[in-house]
Design a protein around this ligand. Structure first.
Ligand code: GLP
Length: 258
């Protein structure tokens, strides 16, 4: 696990975008796993800028999103379909048929989840997975207590997540209580993972994930078992890390560091 601490959200977003852009330039047919929430917005804006100003090409890219609320149609303004099209896909040249987002209105959820897993596999697996982190340490919608071997399935949201995400809805009662989400095991299969976190309300979850025990009570902690994961953090999100100075020192002295 590599920990990169930056002064602010803008530089976290910019550094994460460099990681994505480097991959796409080396591997134009890469399969990206994408996240929603407010955290990756800066990353998506930077990718859009790189597409417009530096010809970053998405024409051969395939994407899989982590999750979607059950019951929200693709045109619902709070659906993750809407979010992704509004904040990324309509601004870049990824082919529509290469975009995959769980269907929150599927009539047979179990069959849909199995087919989502099969589709990821048939595309060769995810090369790079982008993650945020919930304030309770969840990744995607793998709430505390989720099996660390879980696959794509329906999950009941934790009440804390419902409260956290209520800011996007008119009222907390409008927040769906179920979601389709990639499982922890699905996420761990990605060849590379980048997790972004900013702000003081993520500091405790980040500390649990990076320096706590690997436990289903903080599903992000399982990333300690992944061979190629980078956490991009701003100073506030890194504030409760006991070894923050050590991580900074390691970055400053990395082979090849300026
Ligand atoms: C939701 C999403 C997660 C995301 C989390 C944090 O629960 N399912 O993928 O990481 O929110 O969101 P935010 O970035 O808005 O804090």
């Amino acid at each position: 696990m590599e920990i990169i601490i930056r002064d602010d959200y803008a530089s976290v977003s910019q550094q994460a975008a460099v990681a994505v852009a480097d991959l796409l330039r080396a591997q134009p047919q890469a399969v990206l796993g994408l996240a929603t929430g407010s955290t990756p917005l800066g990353l998506y804006q930077e990718l859009i800028r790189l597409h417009r100003e530096e010809n970053l090409d998405f024409s051969q890219v395939t994407t899989f999103n982590l999750d979607e609320y059950v019951g929200l149609a693709a045109d619902h303004p709070q659906s993750y379909h809407y979010f992704m099209h509004d904040n990324l896909f309509r601004h870049i040249n990824v082919p529509h048929e290469n975009i995959h987002i769980p269907d929150g209105t599927a009539s047979d959820y179990r069959a849909f989840c199995e087919s989502y897993e099969a589709r990821i596999e048939s595309c060769g697996g995810i090369d790079l997975q982008v993650l945020g982190i919930g304030s309770d340490g969840h990744i995607a919608f793998n709430e505390p207590g989720s099996s660390l071997a879980s696959r794509t399935r329906i999950k009941t949201l934790a009440r804390q997540t419902i409260d956290d995400n209520a800011r996007f809805f008119d009222s907390v009662d409008d927040v769906p209580i179920y979601a389709i989400t990639m499982g922890v095991g699905t996420i761990l299969d990605a060849r590379k993972i980048i997790l972004l976190a900013n702000g003081a309300n993520k500091a405790s979850a980040v500390a649990d994930a990076v320096e706590g025990p690997v436990t289903s009570m903080c599903t992000a902690s399982v990333l300690q078992n992944h061979p190629d994961t980078i956490f991009f953090l701003d100073t506030e999100a890194a504030d409760q890390l006991k070894m923050a100075d050590e991580y900074r020192w390691i970055q400053d002295n990395k082979p090849g560091a300026p």
